[in-house]
Write a protein that binds this ligand. Structure first.
Ligand code: SAM
Length: 252
């Protein structure tokens, strides 16, 4: 069973209500917890980030949550600055070495061009005005800076796979998504281009056999104890129709 807005003693919240992240605060850093898939995605997103090309390089992590990218960025030479609405998550991010800033990704309290890299992992599909968040991501990038992101596509298939199926699995909290906010990949590419970032997108998914194996181990109580196993690898796939990554450089 997924975690989420059930009525037996747990408060019932509407889909995508950010207060869900407070209710789930204890789940962030549990490798077999409700945010397990975010760990797999954070590793895949961080793999798109090259080592810093200069001293004092800054990576701004929009909607950083509890800072799950931090272990995967260690040693790459960035100051990792995280921006999020949820204070309980930011406290955990700070405990993992992230410079934590309370703020909305549609109005980030940072200067133009301050970032060598901007990451926006699994956040655009939670923002009512994703175009405003994209404008902010591009504004923060210095010329030559890199945008990396992943999000859910605005398709019927994404609703079926990520919400109807995904939120019934223990890897995604139930009620965390509002599919009306999902982000069309072509519209995202156009929006990034309007703000000076040439974005390339590719579909990604967790390996199916590894995910089944992970679910079986978890059902036997083994996923969290298996330190040699970091969870399924997120792989490129032929279609962007469900989950996709984007990577693009700011010109100008
Ligand atoms: C699905 S979680 C992803 C967290 C993190 N990027 C990761 O991949 O582990 C979405 C995060 O976005 C944050 N969030 C949602 N809307 C936001 C907004 N408008 N401004 C800032 N943070 C937001 C939530 O608080 C939550 O921490």
């Amino acid at each position: 069973m997924g975690h989420g807005p059930v009525s037996d003693g747990v408060r019932v919240l509407p889909p995508n209500d950010p207060r869900q992240y407070d209710d789930l605060a204890g789940e962030w850093w549990r490798p077999d917890g409700a945010f397990a898939m975010l760990h797999w995605l954070a590793r895949a997103r961080a793999a798109l980030v090259p080592p810093a090309s200069r001293p004092d390089a800054v990576l701004v992590d929009l909607g950083c949550g509890a800072g799950l990218m931090a272990p995967h960025l260690a040693g790459k030479g960035y100051r990792h600055v995280g921006v999020d609405l949820t204070r309980s998550a930011l406290e955990q991010a700070a405990a993992h070495g992230v410079t934590a800033l309370a703020g909305d990704v549609t109005a980030v309290p940072l200067a133009d061009g301050c970032a060598d890299v901007v990451a926006a992992g699994e956040v655009l599909e939670h923002v009512p005005d994703w175009r405003a968040a994209v404008a902010e991501a591009c504004r923060l990038l210095r010329p030559g800076g890199l945008l990396v992101l992943d999000t859910l596509n605005d398709t019927l298939l994404a609703r079926l796979v990520a919400v109807e199926l995904g939120e019934r699995l223990p890897t995604v909290p139930r009620g965390i998504h509002d599919p009306r906010l999902f982000v069309d990949d072509r519209a995202l590419v156009v929006e990034c281009a309007r703000h000076g970032v040439t974005l390339r997108v590719r579909g990604v998914r967790p390996g199916l056999r590894a995910t089944l194996g992970w679910l079986v181990r978890r059902s036997r109580g083994g996923a969290a104890r298996d330190v040699s196993h970091d969870g399924p690898v997120i792989r490129p796939t032929w279609s962007t129709a469900v989950l996709y990554q984007g990577r693009g450089v700011r010109h100008g």
